[in-house]
Design a protein around this ligand. Structure first.
Ligand SMILES: Nc1ncnc2c1ncn2[C@@H]1O[C@H](COP(=O)(O)OP(=O)(O)OP(=O)(O)O)[C@@H](O)[C@H]1O
Ligand SMILES: [Mg+2]
Length: 138
């Protein structure tokens, strides 16, 4: 099962990400490198999409990747929100199709964004999600 990630009252998205990643790293033994965290908060529904997608991505890393390191970046820039979860595991070839990838795409589509999952055999897998800035006020 994917662990439900929630934000505690009064916690920022950055704090929720940091806490969850520390816990996940501890329980799986996979090293997490945090490259970037959002410097301010985003609307709750976008935060929920980010956390749900992170949970699904990490579940895939745990189940499929045999990775030793996973790198995470969530940034808020002029173009909007960007999230990448990149592992150094076995990767895969061809399009990613499954319940998990479909759910991650739906989480981002629901907030006006897009998401892709790219595997490179022998190199690793990267999940990239983006929500344009124009969508964030809605
Ligand atoms: N981090 C990863 N490393 C290696 N392969 C991956 C990774 N993420 C996804 N995949 C590949 O993409 C497929 C689709 O992933 P998806 O999450 O949609 O389904 P699943 O994990 O097989 O099942 P579930 O529906 O329970 O999530 C996986 O079966 C796996 O082959
Ligand atoms: Mg999955």
């Amino acid at each position: 099962m994917t662990k439900q990630l929630r934000m505690r009252a009064g916690h920022s998205l950055a704090q929720a990400l940091e806490e969850h990643l520390a816990e996940w790293s501890e329980s799986t033994g996979v090293t997490v490198e945090i490259w970037a965290l959002p410097g301010r908060d985003v609307p709750a529904r976008i935060a929920r999409a980010v956390l749900a997608t992170l949970g699904e991505s990490l579940f895939n890393v745990e189940r499929h990747s045999r990775a030793t390191v996973v790198s995470v970046a969530v940034t808020l820039g002029p173009a909007g929100l960007r999230m990448t979860v990149s592992d150094d595991g076995v990767g895969f070839s061809g399009p990613a199709t499954g319940r998990g990838v479909t759910a991650m795409r739906a989480h981002f589509a629901d907030v006006g964004g897009t998401l892709s999952v790219n595997g490179v055999p022998g190199e690793g897998t990267t999940v990239t999600g983006a929500v344009p800035r124009s969508r964030q006020g809605r």
